[in-house]
Ligand binder design. Sequence first.
Ligand code: NAP
Length: 285
Amino acid sequence: MANLIDGKQVSATVKEQVKQETENLFQKYGKRPALAVVIVGNNPASRVYVNNKKKACEMVGFQSFEYALPEDTTQEELLELVQTLNADENINGILVQLPVPKQIDENAIINAISSEKDVDAFHPENVGKIMIGDYAFLPCTPAGVMELIHATGIEISGKKCVVIGRSNIVGKPMAMLLLHESGTVTICHSRTQDLPSVTREADILVVAIGKANFVTADMVKEGAVVIDVGMNRLENGKLCGDVNFAEVEPKASWITPVPGGVGPMTIAMLMKNTLTAFKKQNNLF
Ligand code: NAP
């Protein structure tokens, strides 16, 4: 039977650290980090994410400002808001909740956010820094996964790490962070041949595909650490990961549940990035 990696607990610890540091900085300098959260349109999932991010800001003692724009907002209008927030000295982090409506080019918006306020770490400059291992902002979800692996006490160095998924926001940066800690990393995707034979080699398996219950017991090595990034909504409304938990759990040494695994970590790491942005902008290191 596997040990559960409790994302709620690890994320609570990260947020508590951020809260304490924020309070100390406030006592010393009388300033708090401020996050601008921009939401365009009426996507219900986006609304839930934005509300959770605002709640987390409140919990750690940040200011948060919401900018809710209508569904028919033009790219120019959104770019104008981003420029205003870039220039606003009272805003330390800017987050534009994705996806944006189809008339807006997502990349144009990401590129327009000041790299110093890019707390999602999606800007090409920050992506490049992640590649060379010299980064201030951690890509939130992969960084959250690293915290969860660290919480197991298992050393990454020298381990065979397999990441399923090569998206810009999860798979690719995930592989980089594992590599920076000296894992021997393989990235799999939809064209990978004989996927189970690759995943069965993994000491550490990170799954970010977006397909419910995709990873079955025959794809996992006995004693592997299994991290499930997937968040899939089933027809019955329940949330489910990319890993078939019931099958894989008896084989793994450590495993994340869904919900309560990677999900809570992403927001905790966003708080950490916002604090980093605040400190950098105010020369508080
Ligand atoms: P994505 O952009 O759709 O990428 C999915 C990746 O999975 C692609 O690289 C794709 O390969 C690969 N893939 C799809 N089917 C496959 C198959 N049959 N075999 C092997 N690889 C396959 O998704 P994403 O944004 O990375 O998100 C992945 C999952 O993580 C989703 O469930 C998402 O909801 C979840 N997520 C969770 C959090 C969190 O906070 N917990 C944050 C972000 C994402 P190709 O490149 O070849 O198409």
